[in-house]
Ligand binder design. Structure first.
Ligand SMILES: Cc1ncc(COP(=O)(O)O)c(C=O)c1O
Length: 468
């Protein structure tokens, strides 16, 4: 059956959609943004025109005009008896969409591969034949990688044995495994706001009711977090204390302690996502959240420090919890590839060099992008970040959903603020990654500047993609 987008849900996701131009066009534009950044899916049915027009308090002609425009651009189709369903322009629904027409793609914040990656793969290739006697289905992780990951925690002052580590196919997989094992339908989950979009996808897909704790350049609203923990007793809280995605903020140690105490009082399990924790430019080490209480489960990844394509991540947690995850894992996947595990182990054995390289590269990118923005878009207030991959920019009066379309017309892929929030929040924020080569950053700012002058003009044709 075709899934229906209810008028109430669309109202919530649309947020503040009205622009200065024609209402039907603004509505169609906003629906396209929701589709292309993954908040609405292809194949789902839009609400009936009359119902949506009542909900939005606009004329039925406005909704009909918006739907007609979507159809004209190829973003919707009318099926007899099924109303109007969302689609992709070239009809390749569900298939891989190459990034056509984008000179620079900043929809992901993912740094280029570490230069030592090829040597690590070669080393792993040399060693792989020694594992050909292994059945190849590795649900737990190779002992040598689990040792390398526990050494990674020990170097950060957190005693960890290999038995506390489960190797996964990246951190997103780890998050899904944890949500599957720990989340009971009906429970609440506390998230930072803004947060990493695919965590929102995971929790929403599980049907979770989300509680939002504000986080910004000045840090976390800890008293709000405590209140939410006390009042609503969420079963899980998902946090990124080190170089939070997208804000780049770092949680002070005192806040870590206070939050850990509050969570353990309420029986809330903290899921600490350390995917971005190795991206320090100039902050210096801080105690990992798991050092403040045994209740925290940590997930991590090689994706940002080494290369996204490696697809190696992990869960660090108590053994009984890992056993629970393991029992469920075969229903999801049958293990982590061995070559990549050997490569990750080789890389972690040189983690200091890897982190130093990444730090230098991120510093260059951050400083270059900051200088460009100060010159070309001086109206935007630049937050100070000591690490991470991106600036989380307050874009003043600009609707970043409109800016996304204008930037596409210039050849720049960016993501609108609401992809990082709940219920259409952050319309006036933009995540701009600085983890890319300087030429790309320079080109991106030139395109962004042109896009800023043309916000709200002709709609672009855009493919669907993941936001990383
Ligand atoms: C905070 C955060 N968690 C998890 C992930 C997913 O990591 P992986 O590529 O290891 O699955 C990302 C990727 O962007 C991320 O930013």
């Amino acid at each position: 059956m075709t899934p229906l987008i209810t008028a109430r849900r669309l109202l919530r996701d649309l947020g503040d959609w009205r622009g200065s131009g024609a209402a039907y066009q603004a509505l169609a534009d906003r629906i396209r943004i929701l589709l292309l950044d993954g908040r609405l899916s292809t194949g789902s049915r839009l609400p009936a025109e009359r119902e949506l027009s009542q909900m939005l308090d606009v004329s039925r002609t406005t909704v009909a005009g918006a739907y007609a425009l979507l159809r004209e651009l190829g973003f919707a189709v009318s099926v007899r008896g099924s109303g109007t369903t969302l689609a992709l322009p070239d009809g390749r629904r569900g298939s891989y969409q190459p990034e056509e027409g984008l000179a620079v793609d900043f929809t992901k914040a993912t740094p280029p591969a570490y230069p030592g990656l090829e040597a690590a793969y070669r080393e792993a290739m040399d060693r792989l034949p020694g594992y050909f006697g292994h059945p190849g289905f590795d649900l737990v992780g190779l002992p040598e990688l689990r040792e390398a990951i526990s050494a990674h925690f020990e170097r950060r002052g957190l005693p960890t044995s290999p038995e506390q580590i489960l190797v996964t196919v990246g951190a997103q997989h780890a998050l899904n495994l944890l949500a599957g094992a720990l989340y009971t339908p009906g429970d609440r989950i506390l998230v930072e706001h803004p947060t990493y979009p695919h965590a929102l996808d995971t929790f929403t897909a599980a049907g979770a009711r989300l509680l939002a704790v504000p986080v910004g350049p000045d840090g976390w609203d800890i008293s709000e977090a405590e209140t939410l923990l006390r009042r609503s007793s969420p079963s899980l809280a998902y946090l990124m204390p080190d170089f939070q995605n997208p804000t780049g903020s770092s949680m002070p140690e005192a806040d870590r302690e206070q939050l850990s105490r509050a969570a353990s009082r309420e029986g809330t399990t903290l899921i600490i996502d350390e995917t971005t924790a190795g991206l320090d430019i100039e902050r210096g080490p801080r105690q990992p959240m798991a050092a403040f209480g045994s209740g925290a489960v940590t997930i991590g990844s090689m994706g940002k420090i080494a290369w996204g394509g490696l697809r190696i991540g992990w869960i660090r947690g108590p053994r009984d919890l890992l056993a629970r995850v393991l029992r469920r894992r075969p229903s999801v996947d049958l293990g982590t590839p061995l070559l990549e595990q050997l490569t990750a182990a080789a890389l972690l054995r040189q983690e200091d060099a890897l982190l130093a390289f990444r730090s230098r590269q991120l510093r260059q990118g951050r400083d270059h992008l900051a200088a460009l923005l100060r010159k070309e878009l001086p109206q935007w207030e630049l937050p100070r970040v000591q690490g991470g991959l991106s600036f989380w920019l307050p874009a003043g009066e600009t609707s970043t959903s409109s800016l996304v379309l204008a930037a596409r017309n210039e050849g720049l892929g960016i993501v609108a603020g609401p992809r990082f929030g709940i219920d259409g929040a952050f319309e006036r924020y933009l995540r701009l990654p600085f983890c890319y080569p300087q030429e790309d950053l320079t080109d991106a700012v030139a395109m962004l500047r042109r896009a800023m002058m043309r916000v709200g003009e002709a709609p672009a044709r855009v493919p669907l993609q993941a936001v990383i």
